[in-house]
Design a protein around this ligand. Structure first.
Ligand SMILES: [Ca+2]
Ligand SMILES: [Ca+2]
Ligand SMILES: [Ca+2]
Length: 469
């Protein structure tokens, strides 16, 4: 299944400088009509290890460059040895569905180019990334892998796979499929959630990510990093799916480690849910990730009685929990955290406002101007920078005006609590913060400050609740 690397290089060079190719791009129309573009192989770039655990753990060291006018073309290919898909259109639908995941998070331009007679035919047509399958050579070689995937390498020292960089080959005889026929194999690929997640995992590798279990001479596997404890949780990486049964309960999207790696390579998405968005997650029953590029956005859990533990997206969470190398607002948490019915929630991009339901919720606000409504129940709200409006709702709520924990520090610098209940709610700071000092603002309402910059008004309250408490 080797492709002619010299030909590929030559072809790439030609196309990169070809006036004809540039002219085609320019003719794409005002909106950049992608369908009029002619496929051309994408340039590959290398990145050296960063010495950052997370980025090195999830990146292979090579990736494509792309733009709207020069997208990364991908397609489905029949096998290298004449293997034929029986229903390639259906398999290609799954491939397209999988590939639509990546632009949700990253500034990556992917363009479906169609179905090709072989991987070589796809490459010859200018298609950089393909999914194919093998029914012969892996079995002969004694492979017990469900697939073999090749990073977009294009130069020396690339583990010897430069000819087939950017290709995913599903192994027909892989142990997970247990396929008795080609039709059986394709039914699994087009209908099974684990299979789809595995294709997502494989295709993420064709774009330059690597599985966290994979160790290279320069890059660690997860067990060698601070992230080792999460190595079996698919909400961190789609590569954590065990790949030994088709009946696992798995997510249908990338994990947070994968997303951060993808964003490191390609930059954050800029055009996803750009308006003022409203997301109702009250009924969320499975791992859910929201990606949002812009606007004044609200996430609601208002009609659930489950306990919601959630942190609005913040750079400081990204930098503290994951990596300082990616400036992406990351947040999230879980419903029914720490119980058998726990549901993971992730936020990619800034979210400003949150409403929680009647459970006993934890809400961690962020540096933006927030509107927070915690609903009934005994809620804990970590306050923050920005001009924030807070409603604790009924129940005994705790408002934390300054939170100091490890390298995280939250200070409520301009917060109004609208419904503070004297003798029921509390206003506090964590150990390591300085004491709150009571005064009254120009409206006569209780105002609390400290020398770290806390400034919290309890609207409608006049006396010093710290004395009452
Ligand atoms: Ca939005
Ligand atoms: Ca609540
Ligand atoms: Ca805030």
């Amino acid at each position: 299944m080797k492709k002619d690397i010299l030909k590929k290089f030559d072809r790439k060079k030609q196309l990169m400088v070809s006036p004809f190719a540039l002219a085609l791009s320019a003719c794409g129309g005002g909106g950049g009509e992608k369908s009029e573009l002619t496929p051309s192989l994408s340039p590959v770039r290398r990145i050296d290890p960063t010495n950052d655990d997370l980025i090195d753990m999830v990146t292979s060291g090579s990736y494509y460059r792309s733009s709207e006018s020069t997208p990364i073309f991908y397609g489905l290919a029949h096998g290298h040895y004449g293997e034929q898909w029986e229903n390639p259109e259906e398999v290609a639908k799954v491939l397209q569905d999988v590939m639509s995941e990546f632009p949700k998070y990253a500034d990556i331009d992917l363009e479906y180019a169609g179905i090709f007679a072989s991987p070589n035919a796809a490459s010859d047509a200018g298609v950089s990334v393909i999914m194919s399958f093998d029914n012969i050579i892996f079995k002969q070689g004694g492979s017990t892998s469900n697939w073999h995937v090749f990073y977009p390498h294009a130069d020396d020292n690339d583990y010897g796979v430069k000819q087939i960089g950017g290709d995913l080959y599903l192994n027909f005889h892989g142990p997970i499929w247990k396929a008795n026929s080609q039709a059986d194999f394709e039914d699994i690929l087009t209908q099974n959630d684990v299979a789809k997640a595995m294709i997502l995992n494989g295709m993420s590798n064709t774009l330059g990510l690597k599985g966290t279990y994979h160790k290279t001479s320069e890059r660690p596997e997860i067990s060698e990093t601070e992230f080792a404890d999460n190595s079996e949780d698919y909400t961190y990486s789609v590569s954590h799916i065990p790949n030994d049964t088709l009946s696992d309960d798995v997510g249908n999207t990338l994990g947070i480690y994968d997303i951060l790696g993808l964003v490191y390579l390609y930059g954050p998405a800029t055009n996803v849910n750009v308006g003022d968005s409203f997301y109702d997650l009250s009924d969320a029953a499975a791992y859910t990730v929201i990606s949002d590029s812009a606007g004044n956005d609200t996430v609601s859990f208002s009609s659930t009685s489950r306990d919601v533990y959630i942190a609005l997206s913040d750079f400081k969470l990204t930098h503290s929990l994951y990596t300082p190398l990616v400036d992406l607002h990351v947040g999230g948490g879980a419903i029914n955290y720490g119980t058998p019915t726990e549901i993971e929630i992730g936020f990619i991009g800034n979210i400003e406002n949150i409403t929680t339901g009647s459970g006993d919720d934890w809400v961690i606000t962020n540096a933006s101007d927030n509107v927070i409504k915690a609903g009934a129940g005994d809620d804990l709200i970590i306050l923050s920078e920005g001009a924030d409006i807070i409603y604790g709702g009924s129940g005994a709520d705790r408002f934390v005006a300054q939170f100091v924990g490890g390298d995280l520090n939250y200070i409520a610098k301009n917060t109004i609590i609208k419904d503070f209940e004297i003798g029921v709610d509390s206003l506090e700071v964590t150990d390591g913060s300085s004491e709150l000092v009571y005064s009254r603002n120009s409206d006569g309402y209780a105002l609390y400050t400290n020398d770290a910059g806390v400034n919290v008004v309890l609207e409608g309250v006049e006396g010093n609740i710290l004395m009452i408490a």
